[in-house]
Design a protein around this ligand. Structure first.
Ligand SMILES: Cc1cc2nc3c(=O)[nH]c(=O)nc-3n(C[C@H](O)[C@H](O)[C@H](O)COP(=O)(O)O)c2cc1C
Length: 177
């Protein structure tokens, strides 16, 4: 049941120094390409990065919340064509969510690293997405949405307990205060 998977899914930011088997990486490529898109546009691009030097550089494109990329075995960069697609953010986000959950099902840990609307330097107006584009030769019409840091987990996190969920956020028939 998918609820069991969802209950134990957590963001993992500490990774073992261990390569991911190529079969698992091939499965993740298929997961990405199986994610649905509005009007079936499939405007996303997935850049699979394992090179240690590139991972180190990617870990530095925003000051907070991306450092774990340096220790990931794999980071998947998600970029989406935004012209003629007003839901490119949704299209890309669904793919990231699929990948995040698939990693967990495969025994891998992963963490979403936000790039859209994030800056390397806010005063100098240096955009994190532009830095990623430059580092990985991503064309400017493909907007970098996020990166998913992936690796074998070296931290354990508690599963969610259904009795603690924010049940007040569920409304039946009408919004009830
Ligand atoms: C849209 C989005 C952006 C996120 N960006 C980051 C990020 O830049 N860095 C990070 O460490 N975690 C990031 N996270 C992970 C959240 O912090 C995490 O999902 C949340 O704290 C709940 O923890 P859990 O995933 O373990 O349930 C992001 C999650 C989402 C959905």
């Amino acid at each position: 049941m998918i609820l069991d998977l969802l209950k134990t899914r957590r963001s993992i930011r500490k990774f073992e120094d261990k390569k991911i088997e190529s079969e698992k990486i091939e499965d993740l490529k298929n997961v990405a390409l199986l994610s649905p898109t509005s009007k079936n546009k499939k405007g996303w691009e997935f850049i699979f990065v394992e090179d240690k030097e590139s991972l180190k550089k990617l870990s530095e494109v925003k000051p907070q919340g991306g450092k774990m990329i340096a220790d990931s075995a794999l980071t998947i960069v998600i970029a989406v064509e935004d012209s003629d697609n007003d839901v490119w953010i949704e299209d890309g986000s669904i793919a990231v969510a699929y990948l995040h959950l698939a990693c967990h099902e495969m025994g891998l840990g992963s963490c979403w690293v936000q790039i859209r609307n994030r800056k390397y330097d806010y005063e100098k107006d240096i955009d994190s997405g532009n830095l990623v584009q430059e580092l990985l030769n991503i064309p400017t019409n493909k907007k970098v949405l996020s990166m998913l840091a992936v690796g074998y987990p070296s931290e354990e996190k508690k599963a969610y307990d259904l009795s603690n969920l924010k049940k007040e956020n569920i409304h039946i028939e009408k919004y009830n205060k």
